[in-house]
Design a protein around this ligand. Structure first.
Ligand SMILES: [Fe+2]
Length: 252
């Protein structure tokens, strides 16, 4: 099977469209989204309408922004621009899109008995995986959830990255450049972040996604340019905090 894995689209329709255009001629069987469909940018309905109309089978879990927008979480821990964007989004979502977000299941969960997916981490859907210590705790949790499943995809940090559990410790890699290939090796375990489609935070503004080929055992990382200025203008025109547009331009 080949999976298109997306995360953290954050209401950025230009970025989502660019990624879907890039993968148009690539072969994949299912689409997985690791949550945070909305929040930050100005096109929550366009993003959700577009995603929900995709012809492939899809599986999605909720992100922390999706929870705040639907009222599942009060957003007390959000910074002011993020909370302002969540409130702005909640007032504008169509009934169908609000319902879609409300019905998103929490992570972690196992896809086709092959790999784990979560928004933040297998231990806690709202927690970040930043360090090798965070990763080590979550490798233990993966083992508890699904012994024999060696790969987990997570989002939330918006940084394309890989944590690899090897014989002598944990290797931490930030994925750099326009493209990268991760070949999975037997005996090792992996926590993989595909990066963010709509709000990258690794100082590279290009949209990020991965294709995972479970037969070849390869994860293909890819970055896609899109019209960042158009997204920024929409944020400003919508009256959303300008800093949300500025961050898109620098990729932070
Ligand atoms: Fe996010």
């Amino acid at each position: 099977m080949r999976y298109l894995v997306l995360s953290d689209i954050h209401s950025n329709d230009e970025a989502l469209s660019a990624v879907l255009h890039r993968v148009k001629r690539k072969r994949f069987d299912r689409i997985i989204c690791l949550g945070d469909f909305v929040g930050y940018a100005a096109d929550p309905n366009k993003v959700l309408d577009r995603f929900r109309a995709l012809p492939k089978t899809r599986f999605s879990i909720r992100g922390n922004h999706d929870k705040v927008v639907t009222g599942t979480d009060p957003g007390e821990l959000f910074n002011p621009p993020a909370l302002a964007a969540a409130r702005w989004t909640a007032e504008r979502l169509s009934k169908e899109n609000l319902e879609f977000l409300r019905k998103l299941p929490p992570g972690p969960t196992i896809i086709d008995d092959l790999f784990v997916v979560c928004h933040g981490s297998p231990l806690d859907e709202d927690a970040y995986i930043f360090s090798d210590f965070d990763a080590s705790m979550n490798f233990i949790q993966m083992d508890r959830m699904a012994a024999g499943v060696d790969v987990c995809f997570f989002g939330h940090s918006h940084i394309p990255s890989v944590f690899t559990l090897e014989m002598d410790g944990i290797r931490v890699e930030a994925i750099r450049g326009a493209r990268a290939k991760l070949r999975l090796e037997p005996g090792k375990r992996y926590l993989v972040n595909p990066g963010s489609v709509g709000q990258p935070r690794d100082r590279n503004p290009r949209a990020s996604y991965v294709l995972y080929d479970t037969v070849e055992g390869v994860v293909h990382f890819d970055r896609v340019p899109y019209d960042v200025e158009a997204t920024r203008r929409k944020i400003l025109r919508a009256g959303l905090p300008p800093v949300l547009g500025d961050r898109l331009v620098i990729g932070l």
